[in-house]
Design a protein around this ligand. Structure first.
Ligand SMILES: Nc1nc2c(c(=O)[nH]1)N=C([C@H](O)[C@H](O)COP(=O)(O)OP(=O)(O)OP(=O)(O)O)CN2
Length: 284
């Protein structure tokens, strides 16, 4: 018998890609369990399926940076609870991160895709259920977005929860109205500006080294979970003067769009992942 739960949960995280760098993602998880009926005539109680699978995904993938542990482009070392990694990009540039172990999902594959991450999750999720199952399938899908969206990564050092991790991210829709009319051109400007971007807070910038012909930004902060550092090519970053909560991002988009469109009445609706976000206004 096959049991399914669609839209089980969504995971907001980032992953390392050889060309795109750090990619912020929001994926919807769907699960299928194969097994015999128990004495309640169920493969597994839906309540238990949701609780076990959501808890595992929330702990092991959500708000982490997923790293392909078997890739030749990765150098990884662990000292105590601190992981240090260098990710070599196809361009020859690199990304360097040090952070607490809990901020990273080490996926035993050489390339990260929806499929390879799903297979990794399936193996471990099967063990998370304290009952025999013949098979467990997981698949990830993305939100259907007709208009513009961007993938961004960030870290909120003041957040008490897992958003303090320096490189977790989101796939987020952006809606903009100019003088009361939907403005796809302005939305696409932001989608392009924030395509696969790391949005950094200027006060977390501790250096701007020039290494082997490339310009980098160094970010660092200490938060409740420990010390975080991140070095990445300047071209993969966008600096803002505030924290990077979605409230601040909506406000930033409003300010810059107003500067670029003097006199326009603007309504900015910025999402963080799926179904949530913040609005900011100018000239209304
Ligand atoms: N008002 C705000 N609250 C939070 C913000 C924010 O910008 N403004 N940001 C975050 C984090 O960036 C986090 O990544 C948000 O992810 P989310 O998965 O939605 O957070 P939760 O864990 O609270 O939600 P789940 O439904 O459990 O996934 C947090 N808050």
């Amino acid at each position: 018998m096959l049991l399914f739960v669609d839209n089980l949960t969504n995971v907001d995280f980032s992953y390392l890609d050889p060309e795109r760098g750090i990619v912020g993602e929001t994926w919807l998880a769907n699960i299928r369990l194969h097994g015999a009926l128990n004495d309640e005539s169920m493969v597994c109680d839906f309540g238990k399926v949701k609780k076990v699978a959501r808890q595992w995904l929330d702990t092991e993938l959500d708000h982490r940076l997923a790293v392909p542990a078997l890739s030749e482009q990765l150098n990884l070392s662990q000292t105590g609870d601190t992981l240090a990694l260098t990710w070599w990009l196809k361009s020859g540039e690199s990304i360097e991160i040090t952070c607490p172990r809990q901020a990273i999902a080490l996926v035993d594959t050489d390339i990260l895709t929806t499929e390879s991450i799903a297979r990794w999750c399936e193996t471990q999720l099967l063990n998370a259920f304290d009952q025999p199952l013949d098979k467990l399938d997981l698949d990830f899908s993305t939100e259907q977005i007709d208009g513009a969206f961007y993938h961004y990564s960030h870290g909120l050092k003041k957040h008490k929860g897992n958003c303090q991790r320096i490189a977790h991210g989101h796939r987020s829709r952006i809606d903009i109205w100019r003088d009361g009319v939907k403005a796809p051109q302005l939305e696409h400007t932001w989608a392009e500006r924030w395509r696969d971007i790391y949005i950094g807070t200027a006060e977390d910038l501790i250096g701007q080294p020039h290494i082997a012909g490339a310009d980098y930004y160094d970010f660092a902060y200490t938060s409740d979970q420990g010390e975080f550092t991140l070095r990445l090519p300047k071209a993969m970053c966008y600096l803002i003067d505030t924290d990077t909560t979605v409230e601040c991002l909506a406000e930033h988009i409003a300010v810059r769009t107003a500067q670029e469109n003097p006199g326009a009445a603007l309504r900015i609706r910025a999402f963080e992942g799926i179904n949530k976000g913040a609005e900011a206004y100018r000239g209304q």
